[in-house]
Write a protein of this length. Structure first.
Length: 446
């Protein structure tokens, strides 16, 4: 538990900035990666998986908002689970959250590096990606309001780009293109497409981690969460239909017959209309970089808060729970996250790292819903400025869908799942034999 003397973050964020953060955390998922699910399930397979993903995020987001409004702390699910399920469950939830938020930016940094490398071939992809880490970590240290304003601006550009993309491609939309080879692997393809459907929305829960820095969080967290989710659902549907409707799903997965699957569906769709050398094509792709930057910068912000809370309560060295004296931001937490992210980047295993990140996210969703259900019974008198609609159906639906998605991820990625579980076990051993043992000894002495 924190004490009155514990470091605290300053409240500077309103609902518009929360919208910018929520959409910004996620929007890169509209630009790359999701189309790989088409190779697994075809149009219908990914569409069905995406429908379940939308159901998951609608039910989860409203349920998570109740927790964020009732317990507006920077640790997010760590604080909720600790209060509802105990310190050990809280620790495991917090570790899962840190795994998601610390490793997810690695893949996005690699994509940013690959993009700039096209224009500056004399610079390596890794050096560009490392420069991105340095720049945006520095911006986050400078101040949360400056970071949030920047996030809002580039998110607006990224949303505008997606709307412009849809405006250009929809006149060329043909329903027949959605039906080409639409269900190649049947329901097995739906199962395999689940991770890519989740990628559409991964990271939205990061809004809860800035609740402690939000003005009137009991009202504004709901407004920020809700408006961000609605925006993302509309963009998801627009991008899905307009991309595939141009020439079928295979055209936005394979640059040429027999080629390796591409993770750049929007450029492939645009090239069918404008070619790949026109001014409009390059303008749209350049603006599209904003989507990558928005998610990269936003998740760095959320990750800093998750690590900060772990340091503030002593689950990791206290130095990472300090607030910068001048800027009032979790500078040390942001720096250690950057170091870990760069090390992961240099491993060259960005695809594998993002899979582990998704496993962390699903673990977070499962523990969060269990925490919400437990808190309703354990603390019925807890002030809840916002209550999830259709209780208990929403949290139960979110819990079931997240569990099914987690099982799908594990069965499809056995080796990576083993690595993920090893990380959890090693973290738990550290906590049980060093952190918790020392806390228990201190409590006995006191």
């Amino acid at each position: 538990m924190t004490t009155p003397a514990s470091p605290h973050l300053s409240r500077r964020l309103g609902p518009v900035m929360l919208w910018g953060l929520g959409v910004g955390y996620v929007i890169s998922g509209m630009y790359f990666g999701w189309n790989l699910g088409l190779a697994e399930g075809g149009t219908y397979g990914l569409a069905i998986a995406t429908l379940f993903s939308i159901i998951l995020y609608v039910t989860f987001t409203f349920s998570y908002t109740e927790l964020a409004c009732a317990i507006p702390k920077a640790g997010g699910v760590f604080d909720y689970a600790t209060r509802a399920l105990g310190i050990e469950a809280g620790f495991m939830a917090g570790i899962a959250q840190i795994i998601e938020f610390v490793f997810a930016p690695t893949a996005i940094a690699a994509a940013i590096g690959a993009y700039f490398h096209i224009f500056f071939p004399q610079l390596s992809i890794d050096s560009i990606a490392i420069a991105a880490y340095l720049i945006f970590t520095g911006l986050n240290i400078y101040g949360v309001r400056a970071a949030a304003i920047f996030e809002l601006v580039i998110t607006v550009f990224a949303v505008f780009e997606l709307l412009l993309f849809a405006g250009i491609t929809f006149p060329h939309f043909k329903m027949a293109n959605l039906q080409q080879h639409a269900f190649p692997h049947g329901w097995v393809g739906v199962w395999a497409a689940i991770p890519f459907a989740i990628w559409f929305f991964l990271g939205l829960e990061g809004v809860a981690n800035v609740a402690e820095e939000t003005i009137n969080p009991q009202r504004n967290v709901l407004r920020g969460f809700g408006s961000a989710l609605l925006t993302l659902i509309v963009l998801c549907i627009l991008v899905f239909l307009s991309s595939i409707g141009v020439a079928g799903w295979e055209a936005i997965v394979y640059p040429s017959p027999g080629a390796t699957p591409s993770d750049s569906p929007l450029p492939l769709a645009l090239s069918r209309i404008t070619g790949d050398s026109g001014l409009l094509y390059h303008l749209l792709i350049s603006i599209g970089l904003m989507g990558l930057i928005a998610s990269f910068h936003g998740i760095i912000l959320a990750a800093g808060r998750a690590t900060f809370e772990f340091g503030r309560v002593g689950h990791i060295p206290k130095i990472f729970g300090n607030v910068h004296k001048k800027f009032k931001t979790p500078a040390n937490a942001l720096l250690i996250n950057m170091v870990i992210g760069i090390i992961a980047l240099l491993s060259g295993k960005t695809g594998e790292i993002i899979t582990i990140s998704v496993l962390g996210a699903l673990t977070l969703y499962i523990i969060a819903m269990l925490s919400m259900l437990a808190l309703r019974k354990k603390e019925p008198e807890l002030e809840r400025p916002f209550k999830v609609p259709f209780y208990p159906y929403f949290p139960i639906i979110a819990l079931v869908v997240a569990s099914v998605c987690f099982i799908a991820m594990v069965t499809l990625n056995l080796f990576l799942s083993l690595i993920y579980f090893v990380l959890l076990v090693l973290s738990y051993i550290w906590f049980h034999f060093f952190v918790k043992k020392n806390k228990d000894a201190a409590d006995t002495i006191a």
